[in-house]
Design a protein around this ligand. Structure first.
Ligand SMILES: [Zn+2]
Ligand SMILES: [Zn+2]
Length: 243
């Protein structure tokens, strides 16, 4: 499978870029995980909107769902122009009143996932981990064949992440804060917390993402490297991994 970063900022997009959005591809099937602000614009640098086969959402904060509305309009315009039918499935949890129904539009269909169960989306198998965040949010363990990618979505640190991410080929973490800061309140992790999960879970590669709009981002990398000796990358648009 191939994973590509489309958006990687926390809260709001810096000029010309996007908040959370990641493309997962395998054998012509394309799944978008989270659809934050700027994602619809930036992803067209890599894929046609029509080629998106499914969307899976971690939670309903704006920096993860802001472009769902524009995506729905895009589906409407493209199907109308082409004279085609079809419903893009958008998977989300149903733990916040009136959110899941907003995922359904003329050519999109909101589908509730049960986080207690495994979800099959095309070639991908997804397990969920409830995160520590001010609203219900789910991290994902996405498997295809022998390959595993774990995405923490938005979360404060807690030790169970190490078992959820065990031996992943790639771990993508919420890294919204620098070493020594306290992310527990807003429900985000620091560089060293993210790296400690990577080390304990013995993952192959770590991507620091959901990045802050303050400080020197390369410091996040240095702080993480003191804790985890594997490959570490700072998320940026177009960063990709495949196996
Ligand atoms: Zn977020
Ligand atoms: Zn959030």
């Amino acid at each position: 499978m191939k994973v590509t970063v489309i958006g990687y900022w926390g809260a709001y997009p810096a000029a010309g870029s996007a908040t959370s959005g990641y493309l997962f591809e395998k054998d012509g099937f394309t799944m978008l995980v989270d659809c934050g602000s700027g994602v619809l614009s930036r992803l067209q640098q890599y894929k046609n909107i029509e080629s998106i086969d499914a969307v899976v959402l971690s939670h309903y904060h704006h920096d993860h769902v802001a472009d769902i509305g524009p995506l729905q309009y895009a589906c409407l315009v493209k199907h109308t122009l082409a004279g085609t039918k079809g419903n893009l499935p958008i998977y989300g949890h149903d733990e916040v009143p009136r959110k899941l129904e907003t995922l359904t539009h003329q050519h999109t269909k909101g589908v509730a996932y049960d986080p207690e169960k495994t979800l099959e989306v095309g070639p991908f198998t997804i397990q969920f981990q409830k995160t520590q965040h001010p609203v219900p949010c789910y991290g994902m363990r996405i498997e295809e064949g022998d390959n595993t990618v774990v995405y923490t979505a938005d979360t404060g640190y807690f030790p169970e992440w190490a078992s959820f991410a065990r031996h992943a080929d790639l771990l993508i973490t919420d890294t919204n804060f620098y070493k020594g800061m306290d992310g527990k309140g807003p429900g985000h992790m620091t560089s060293t917390e993210a790296a400690s999960i990577a080390a304990e879970a013995q993952v192959q590669e770590l991507w620091l993402s959901h990045l802050p709009h303050f400080g020197k981002l390369t410091s996040l990398l240095q702080e993480a490297e003191d804790v985890f000796s594997g490959t570490i990358r700072l998320a940026e648009e177009g960063l990709s991994w495949s196996k």
